[in-house]
Design a protein around this ligand. Structure first.
Ligand code: FPP
Length: 227
């Protein structure tokens, strides 16, 4: 495919509803969501997408039932461990975005481990937002700038964000029919094309990604100018 987005960001929503529809516990929806994550990574490699950012856990998600939060905190390191070889084979670099220091030690250890294991790869940059909040990213950036006594412009400010070297997303996808941003990448999506689909995240297939990319290709990106 020509003219594919360089960077796709996804708000993976609807795991809970997917499970509820089947009379399953919410965690089963997250397990099924992991399969959709695998499919999207494979498809991104096929289409030569360079950056894929997935919203896996927001700072607000701590307020969910304890069982669900604990289940997710066990799931993240487990999936990382299971996927490391596949990521290496496909030359995928895995990185994380968010207030990582507030995550359980066991989760943090695995995140830093996989970042180290995959740091020399660049076929696909896979970025997982964990304990992430767009507002907090901005507040953290402002505080860093103040501590360093810096007056900022756009270029300098970008340097204070969590992952300054990552280009802004070209396309943001949200699944499950919700039409909002929910505190995701507030600064970075200023000129991102938005795409919403009713498909629940665990049902998201390669064909859904193709549909989103095709819709993106029809958009006229103007960045505030006249084409
Ligand atoms: C949103 O659905 C989904 C989450 C908050 C968790 C997403 C996490 C995964 C798919 C696991 C990914 C793992 C790795 C390592 C990348 P929801 O629970 O808000 O669904 P609902 O709105 O239907 O309740």
């Amino acid at each position: 495919m020509d003219n594919v987005p360089t960077h796709i960001a996804i708000i993976m929503d609807g795991n809970g509803r997917w499970a509820k529809k089947r009379g399953l516990p919410r965690l089963q929806g997250h397990y099924a969501g992991v399969n959709a994550v695998r499919r999207v990574i494979e498809a991104s490699l096929d289409f030569n997408i360079k950056y894929l950012t997935l919203y896996a856990f927001s700072t607000e998600n701590w307020d969910r039932p304890k069982k669900e939060v604990n289940g997710l905190m066990r799931l993240f390191p487990k999936v990382i461990e299971e996927e490391v070889n596949r990521l290496k084979t496909h030359k995928v670099r895995m990185r994380f975005l968010g207030r990582l220091k507030e995550l359980p030690d066991k989760v943090q250890e695995k995140l830093y481990w996989i970042e180290e294991q995959t740091k020399n790869f660049e076929d696909l940059n896979l970025i997982i937002a964990l304990n992430y909040s767009g507002r907090e990213e901005l507040i953290d950036a402002v505080n860093k700038a103040v501590r360093e006594g810096k007056v900022v412009n756009e270029e300098i400010f970008k340097g204070f964000l969590y992952l300054p070297d990552i280009p802004d997303p070209d396309l943001l996808i949200r699944t499950s029919g919700e039409v909002r941003i929910s505190n995701f990448l507030l600064y970075e999506i200023a000129y991102t094309e938005l795409y919403f689909t009713p498909t629940l995240w665990p049902d998201f297939e390669k064909s859904d990604l193709i549909k989103a990319i095709k819709a993106y290709q029809k958009r006229e990106r103007k960045f505030g100018k006249v084409n």
